[in-house]
Design a protein around this ligand. Sequence first.
Ligand SMILES: [Zn+2]
Length: 136
Amino acid sequence: MRPSFNERDVICYHCGVPTPVAAAARTASCTHCYKGIVLDDLRVRDAGWNGRLSTCGKVTIDKRARAITRQVVAGQGVEVTGTLEANIESHGPVVVGETAHLKGDCRAPTLVVREGAVIESGYYCIGPAQADKNPS
Ligand SMILES: [Zn+2]
């Protein structure tokens, strides 16, 4: 396929392989594993989210939000200022704000925890290569 300026590469969060998507696309299918991928940033604004939080963009948990889900997968980072119970796998920086309440494992290249944040439990693996490791 001829590369064009209307395309960008994203890392598929299912298989970890870069896949070209249209610049304006909000969802796409991976050209490698053929699974659907979300490209939009996801933002949880209130309580009651229990669906999957997977995107090639960024995941934001707002101050009053409460998200309890199995896994958060973010291509460009996670920002939490509310309550999040999930295992985080981020390929971008994870920012835990001063009002955040976190429970679950976290794998990310960098982690910022602001004073006042609560991290209840979890296994943390932070470093440039951590996000690319496959759990086995
Ligand atoms: Zn894929």
